[in-house]
Design a binder for this molecule. Structure first.
Ligand code: CA
Length: 227
């Protein structure tokens, strides 16, 4: 299930959002303090962040900037003032959507779905290519019934890239996606793991699924012919 982080200091609003999102099959996590949220989001990256603007500890703008410096995770900014939205847009924070309080929880859920669809965050971590199957439980990847021979690190890299297919992922967010901070994997060795994964993927898919390098930024999974 996709995990949605709700960074919101008003407990009632957070509870309402949690229950509506849970009803639609999302996992949620509530963080009430800005500084704690920023710290937590350095360790674990959810599939989407609902980020309130006015927070104790650290404000939503600073948190948004800090996250964007290292991740393309979808961010929906929540503000109590509609006139604030123009200013936020002008700041080019890189947020994916803006929501004004008071809001209808149904509307928020609809917009969460729309953003996740747009960024290719397929529920369940599907790969977005009909031929590519990523079996998270079995830690197996297949392309048109042929099993890809991947190391556990390569599998997890593929899983992370596939969840954000079409969008650039930084090395830092790929490291985060590896989760348990595998001691063998550092910034530079990420490159060699990606290189090996790319070679295997290109060979197995005949170029239908490729990993593009974005110079100085990171990597992007690209889906070619959807046949
Ligand atoms: Ca607030």
């Amino acid at each position: 299930m996709p995990l949605i982080a709700i960074v919101e200091d008003e407990a009632t609003i957070a509870e309402i959002l949690s229950s509506y999102l849970a009803r639609e099959g999302y996992d949620t996590l509530h963080l009430a303090n800005g500084a704690e949220a920023e710290h937590w989001l350095r360790g674990v990256m959810p599939d989407l962040i609902l980020l309130d603007l006015m927070l104790p500890g650290m404000d939503g703008l600073s948190i948004c900037r800090s996250i964007r410096a290292r991740s393309e995770v979808p961010i929906m900014m929540v503000t109590a003032r509609v006139e604030e939205i123009d200013r936020l847009l002008g700041l080019e924070l890189g947020a994916d959507d803006y929501i004004c309080k008071p809001f209808s929880p149904r509307e928020v859920v609809a917009r969460v779905k729309a953003v996740l669809r747009r960024v290719g965050g397929v529920p369940g971590g599907g790969a977005g290519h009909p031929g590519l199957v990523i079996d998270e439980a079995g830690m197996l990847a297949r392309f048109q019934d042929a099993r890809l021979d991947l190391t556990p690190t390569e599998f997890r890299l593929l899983q992370a890239l596939a969840r954000r297919a079409g969008r650039v992922m930084s090395r830092a967010s790929l490291l985060d996606a590896l989760g348990d901070r595998n001691e063998d994997v550092f910034d530079r060795s990420i490159d060699s793991h990606v290189k090996n994964l790319r070679r295997k993927l290109t060979a197995a898919t005949g170029g239908a699924v490729v990993i593009a390098s974005i110079y100085g930024v990171g990597y992007r999974l690209e889906l070619g012919d959807r046949g």
